[in-house]
Ligand binder design. Structure first.
Ligand code: SF4
Length: 89
């Protein structure tokens, strides 16, 4: 299980070696936007993120009720997938 502290530590470590997560490099790019076009853009930017796996684990676990995009999924998508396993990707 990836906790918020785990994810933040991983993001910090990646940043120190020059592998900055897209949401840290450009935090205003739509991760917490309510504008669909901006949310779609943020989701696309998550795809090559070096923290993607841990972020997905956090976003579908401890952080599933947090607003915003985590690892290419909105809060609504994460909640639907964690409460309805038949929708799991
Ligand atoms: S996968 Fe997670 S850490 Fe990476 S850019 Fe997306 S929201 Fe940020």
């Amino acid at each position: 299980m990836t906790t918020r502290a785990d994810l933040l530590e991983a993001l910090g470590n990646l940043s120190e070696v020059g592998r900055v997560a897209p949401c840290w490099a450009d935090p205003l790019a739509g991760w917490v936007s309510e504008i669909p076009r901006e949310v779609r853009a943020a989701k696309r930017l998550c795809a090559p993120c070096p923290a993607f796996t841990g972020c997905r684990e956090y976003g579908t676990g401890e952080g599933k009720r947090e607003l915003g995009v985590y690892a290419g999924q909105s809060m609504t998508e994460r909640l639907n997938r964690t409460t309805n396993p038949t929708k799991a990707a």
